[in-house]
Design a binder for this molecule. Sequence first.
Ligand code: ACO
Length: 427
Amino acid sequence: MKKDTFTFTNNRTNESYEFNILDATRGPSVVDISSFYKQTGMFTFDVGYTSTASCESRITFIDGEKGELRYRGITIEELAENHSYLETCYLLLNKRLPTKEELLDFDLELRHRSFIDENLITLIGTFPDSAHPMSILSSGVSALSSFYYEHLNMENEKECQDMARRIIAKIPTLAAFAYRKSLGIPFIYPDIDRSFTENFLYMLRAYPGGKMKRTATGVEEIKAIEIKALDTIFTLHADHEQNASTTTVRNVASTGAHPYVAISAGISALWGRAHGGANESVIAQLEMIGDVSNVDAFIARAKDPNDDFRLMGFGHRVYKNFDPRAKALKKLQDKLKDELNLDSKLMEIAHKIEEIALNDEYFIKRNLYPNIDFYSGVILTALKIERPMFTAIFVIGRTVGWITQLMEFKNDSSSKIARPRQLYLGE
Ligand code: ACO
């Protein structure tokens, strides 16, 4: 059968060239332009990859127009409501949800692998107390490549899975240690009696000897609702197809570099304010706005073409309708309002911004809706997590996505070193 093709005509020469159209199982088809230069002697030009598919993938699907997000075919709403973060990790890594026994094994394995080498702890200890947790986290993960150098070459699926499970298990510990280092307080080792998400909250909050805070009314244990809230946040962040940090991970891996170095590069890419760093900036911005009476003035600044002020937590390259992760978090926020101590002042300002922006011509015309980062900060604040840790929380959730994408890249025989071209305009 003749393949569908796309014809380019160069009206300088009147020559036409045909390129195959490849169909996706969902979403837009693509034009295969891999032979474009060979055929035409020209490059294509697409700054920021706004129309370019950089790889084949079978992991995550986004329909930006409909506001739909699926991991391995399952909607994010189904996963956030009816499954745990560890089930989601298993799903991403193994292409299906685990059985009860598989989940138990996976959980126990991660608990036992959550410890980090004492020399790595010494390294973390050498950072200045003022270091941002993301800086320590990125360096710590890069350093992990020295402790597990054998993961450079993975000959079989079992070795890949070991590499993946190890990093997923250790990321919360590294993040918690980075946090405690930034506060200048003693490190708390993982407690294997606690589940993945509970253990992370424990490592953030506990006192030496594994004691929890005491108040006049008793011991402040970690609440089930807090574990569920953070677990949902991890699930909603678990993967997001070819975003900036994932593309960074794939690009670094494409050179044959160690997987953990590629993850470290992804962490660095995520840190920026246009990407995962936005969750920290949202709360900073809400605090700067300070009061609902100031919201109008900030909205005016966001709309002013001569002012580079942007509303943090608004807009997305792919979602041109509501971000489904934001929708799920808004639902969670409303649920938590009465059960946790959500900052009502910040929520009031956030609601006012949302209300104005969703009805304002400027935002409507540009399809600017709240994204996941707009809502996560208020919930994380209620979980008593300090602002500099917000992007590190994103890292914990996203590590499974990065590593799954990296493994897909390694297993794809058509993968190539990432090497874009340029439109040279210099001397
Ligand atoms: N506030 C005000 N105006 C905005 C915003 C915003 N948050 N975002 C985009 N715009 C405007 C731009 O000024 C531009 O207007 P113009 O056409 O009049 O020049 C138009 O909307 C398109 O913006 P681009 O920057 O071209 O859109 P792009 O898809 O490249 O950027 C991005 C997406 C980076 C997320 C952008 O919307 C942004 O900076 N948002 C704020 C930061 C943020 O929340 N980042 C988190 C993203 S989600 C995540 O990574 C997990």
